[in-house]
Design a protein around this ligand. Structure first.
Ligand SMILES: Cc1cc2nc3c(=O)[nH]c(=O)nc-3n(C[C@H](O)[C@H](O)[C@H](O)COP(=O)(O)OP(=O)(O)OC[C@H]3O[C@@H](n4cnc5c(N)ncnc54)[C@H](O)[C@@H]3O)c2cc1C
Length: 462
């Protein structure tokens, strides 16, 4: 990934706004820039827009939405901002947190009424750290549907998306961006001049060397995000003298069905399930969150754990396409008794039965275990039981280019690079420096809210 002077370069075409990446951030930015009156070109390395967005559950946290009001859920941007700051131990930039918390609800309502995305709010379970039910998703609760519907909206708006085109060079002049170069699979190249550029090409989770450098504890972990996320925005930013922050920040996940490689919703835990290792014993406070649980699971023998839950919880989890796929693939084990479950999973029966008894006693007493998990108000499990063997994985990185409230990329001295914007995983998010700072939904929050802000600002400038 290169940054070169524009002085002697002749460009093949010119567009007012160029956007690199056609995941949620890039597609939302494209819609917003187009609405601001600018002509837009989106450049995407894959044959069709997918990105990590397509791999996600597509759930976007948003406070104060009309869907929440219809379900009588009380929430506000201030409460959401407090939850984000609390989860990340006050590490994120409070101004950016407030900006995103205030922008994401209107962004979802805009995507719904302008572009027909039929969001609804999840009311039957809540992710750790959220003090209101504020996760919004499309009917299938899948990111594939999110990116498909966004791509369709972009197509209907007449915005060109140039696929199978990888941007490898940015051209600069007088401290601003003048254009980009892209290369196609047959080696042919084009140079595109632009008046504003949005980096929406996500983080560096797919780049082994950058992960080893910034997130060494997950250097050997399964990477569950999109392979195209090679850290190009970070590398260009560094070459441009941009400020970077929280590069060790990331989202892990301690609940990927093994060996099937399918995401199992954390509702299996929040609704009363627990995780045991190969000895049939619990090893952590699972209620802290799925992100920090990735490293906990990887520390167990074989780097795996078993999540134990029941048929009621399976009913809730079934709203997720991924869970239904996991059932279809035979990843979810069912049994009427713990003894039968232990036998099917090759776990020591006595230990597993004792673990269940301990957990259920804690729930009855509303107690807290030695790891710090409180079981007050947590529903009891009842037969028939369900279980799934899982491993820990890296989902995506949360550090990146520092941006201001208009998504403008800042230099190390705090001044903006005048016409360069970053959104989604390309920008430093709001999750701080460690896995525990990731509040569920921080990923798509930065993609959707910052994507819209970046598109509006880039569109207005061009
Ligand atoms: C399994 C999984 C589940 C998740 N679930 C959730 C969830 O429910 N809620 C949530 O908030 N977050 C979730 N996340 C995180 C979320 O998916 C990401 O934060 C979000 O999709 C990032 O969007 P993006 O547009 O920045 O990146 P992406 O969707 O990854 O899009 C970036 C695009 O840029 C393209 N690109 C990269 N480099 C170049 C280049 N040089 N030239 C051209 N194109 C390039 C890539 O091919 C890609 O298509 C999940 C992540 C994973 C992996």
């Amino acid at each position: 990934m290169r940054v070169e002077p524009a002085a002697s370069v002749s460009f093949d075409i010119e567009v007012p706004v160029a956007i690199i990446g056609a995941g949620a951030a890039g597609l939302v930015a494209a819609l917003a820039a187009h609405e601001a009156g600018a002509e837009v070109l989106v450049v995407e390395r894959d044959p069709v827009p997918r990105g990590s967005t397509a791999l996600s559950a597509g759930l976007v946290p948003a406070p104060g939405t009309r869907w929440q009001r219809e379900s009588a859920i009380e929430d506000s941007p201030e409460l959401f901002a407090r939850d984000i700051m609390a989860k990340a131990k006050n590490e994120p930039d409070p101004a950016l947190v407030a900006r995103l918390a205030g922008a994401v609800g209107p962004a979802l309502e805009w995507l719904s009424h302008r572009h027909g995305l039929p969001f609804s709010v999840i009311t039957d379970f809540r992710y750790p750290g959220h003090s209101a039910n504020r996760m919004h998703g499309l009917p299938s609760r899948s990111g594939e549907e999110l990116v498909d519907r966004l791509a369709r909206a972009v197509e209907e708006a007449g915005i060109p998306v140039l696929c199978e085109a990888t941007v490898d060079t940015l051209y600069t002049e007088d401290g601003a961006i003048r254009g980009i170069a892209l290369v196609r699979p047959d080696g042919s190249r084009d140079r595109v001049a632009c008046r504003a550029l949005v980096l929406a090409c996500n983080g560096y989770g797919g780049n082994k060397a950058l992960v080893a450098q910034h997130v060494p504890e997950l250097a050997d972990a399964l990477y569950f995000g999109h392979e195209g996320n090679q850290g190009d925005a970070l590398l260009w930013g560094e070459a441009l003298g941009a400020a970077t922050r929280h590069l060790s920040g990331h989202q892990g996940h301690g609940s990927v069905a093994h060996p099937h490689g399918i995401l199992i919703t954390w509702a299996t835990i929040t609704e009363g399930g627990f995780q045991v290792n190969a000895e049939g014993r619990r090893f952590s406070d699972e209620s802290k969150g799925y992100s920090e649980q990735a490293a906990e699971v990887l520390r167990q023998p074989g780097g795996t754990a078993v999540t134990v839950f029941d048929a009621r919880i399976a009913g809730i989890a079934r709203q997720f396409e991924d869970f239904r796929r996991a059932e279809g693939a035979g990843a979810i084990v069912a049994a009427d008794t713990m003894a039968a479950l232990a036998a099917r999973l090759h776990l020591p029966e006595e230990a597993l039965t004792a673990t269940l008894a301990e957990v259920e006693a804690l729930k009855r007493a509303g107690g807290r275990d030695d790891f710090g998990r409180s079981f007050a108000g947590v529903p009891m499990l009842s037969p028939p039981y369900r279980a799934v063997r899982v491993t820990g994985a890296l989902f995506h990185t949360q550090g990146g280019l520092v941006v201001d409230g208009d998504a403008r990329v800042l230099r190390q001295d705090g001044a903006p690079i005048p016409n360069l914007f970053a959104a989604g995983g390309a920008a430093c998010g709001v999750s701080g420096t460690g896995p525990g700072g990731y509040l569920s939904g921080n990923g798509l929050l930065a993609a959707v809210a910052l994507g819209r802000i970046a598109g509006q600002a880039a569109g207005a400038m061009a």
